[in-house]
Design a protein around this ligand. Structure first.
Ligand SMILES: [Zn+2]
Ligand SMILES: [Zn+2]
Length: 445
């Protein structure tokens, strides 16, 4: 059993040059003490750091450590958040702990290193709203902690096997890709939605969040002795997806598919891998925890910029044939010509498309998995890949209506569903039992 909180490394910024401010005194391995505004650029195989104190040549991988561990914070200037999302913007962000600078893919990566429990306080504060119920926050603290420790473990295993992580299968007929550990060789997690949204300590934490983290300190979900890779997304769409349909083909018994509800549904066939059932489900309004428009509940899990979105349970996106053809060409880099059809090939248990055939007058190809489909069919990301395609002819033009369900990959905990459960009085153990079946709680430190 670990006694102390482990440390975590988070990749925050990736630029040719990085500007930052050290808000207290920080030390370099050389013993130099730095404070205030800095800029770091690449110089040969190393880095050149300029500061009021002068210029310092440092190695790639150098860690700037706060002189007074408990107090040190630094600010990264112009961090891009929500990369490729409709709300992408730049802001200054302040972090607690150390700053590691290293060269990766001809850019400088700024990596924050701090105790995992401190990191959790930040992510839960920025992921969730201050109005969230304590039980929802506790459930989130446990899954975030479990997921992080599982990623650290997974990266270690990939490193030990010294094989690169495979996340693609491709030939001339199929392009199947998933997005998971593929580009995180030098840190544990990134700061974007890809891993877990992390914006430093700029968003102040509340007593509520501190209480939830403290009450569950060191607590993780465990299955068969291993820490669970506890996933979560915004809204499952009524039925939860299984892990291997979205990521690598590995079965996790605690990440199964089930109705996001405590009651049975008699009006629907739940075998959503079947096209008919998926059509009926996605174009319907089945009862589920996450089928809610209760603003007080939604504001618990959605930040201000996420509340710009309120049609997440069932949504619609329309493209003309020309728009769709151009979009897919730009997003995939594949020229299909004029696209005449989108044909579902394979669906996951939540109705999410795992494989989709794109048919154009120049070529046809099957694309997948769910995130690749979402990226290909949108200038940012479609809400989800659980959609059906309706073709419509208007004024001599062909239109594609994508009618969809849910927001995100839909695996594991459904954040909106969990918020509703919390509001209905379920405690965090019941929420975790609902979403991670067969997993148990275990205190690791
Ligand atoms: Zn990531
Ligand atoms: Zn749900």
């Amino acid at each position: 059993m670990m006694v102390q909180s482990p440390y975590i490394q988070i990749g925050i910024q990736f630029e040719k040059a990085i500007e930052f401010s050290l808000n207290e005194e920080y030390t370099l391995p050389s013993g130099s003490i730095l404070n205030g505004r800095c800029i770091v650029q690449m110089k040969g195989n190393g880095l050149l750091l300029k500061n009021g104190s002068g210029e310092h040549s440092i190695n790639s991988g150098t860690e700037l450590k706060p002189l007074n561990k408990a107090e040190g914070t630094f600010t990264l200037h112009g961090v891009t958040i929500g990369i490729n999302f409709h709300w992408e913007r730049k802001e200054d962000q302040t972090f607690k702990g150390s700053l590691k600078l290293l060269i990766e893919d001809k850019k400088i990566s700024a990596i924050n290193i701090l105790p995992l429990e401190d990191y959790l306080l930040s992510v839960i504060s920025s992921e969730m709203s201050a109005t969230s119920s304590l039980e929802l926050l506790k459930a989130h603290a446990v899954i975030s902690r479990s997921w992080l420790l599982a990623q650290i473990q997974k990266n270690k295993e990939i490193e030990e096997k010294s094989e690169s992580y495979v996340s693609m299968q491709q030939d001339e007929h199929e392009h199947i890709k998933w997005y998971d550990r593929e580009d995180h060789a030098n840190f544990d997690v990134c700061a974007d939605d890809h891993c877990q949204r992390y914006q430093g300590i700029t968003r102040s934490s509340t007593k509520h969040v501190e209480q939830a983290i403290g009450a569950t300190r060191g607590e993780v979900l465990v299955y068969d002795g291993d820490i669970c890779d506890a996933r979560f997304s915004k809204c499952c769409g009524g039925k939860v997806e299984v892990f291997e349909k979205v990521w690598e083909p590995v079965n996790h018994p605690y990440l199964q598919s089930f109705l996001d509800s405590d009651t049975e549904l008699s009006d629907y066939s739940l075998d959503l891998v079947k096209e008919d059932a998926a059509q009926f489900w996605i174009t319907g309004q089945p009862d589920a925890f996450c089928n809610t428009s209760d603003k007080s509940v939604l504001s618990q899990v959605l930040n201000d910029y996420d509340q710009e979105t309120n049609d997440f349970y069932r949504w619609k996106q329309t493209y003309s044939q020309d728009e769709l053809s151009q979009l897919v060409r730009e997003r995939s880099g594949i020229d299909f010509g004029l696209i005449s059809d989108l044909v579902p090939v394979e669906r996951g248990d939540s109705g999410r498309l795992i494989k989709l055939k794109v048919i154009g007058d120049k070529r046809a190809m099957v694309i997948g998995k769910e995130l690749e489909i979402r990226k290909t069919l949108s200038t940012s990301h479609l809400y989800s890949s659980a959609f059906v395609i309706e073709k419509e002819e208007k004024d001599g033009q062909l239109y594609f209506n994508l009618l969809g369900a849910g927001w995100g990959h839909g695996v594991g905990l459904c954040q909106i569903g969990a918020a509703v459960m919390g509001a209905k009085g379920y405690d965090y153990k019941a929420i975790l039992n609902h979403y991670f079946r067969g997993a148990t709680l275990n205190k690791r430190y």
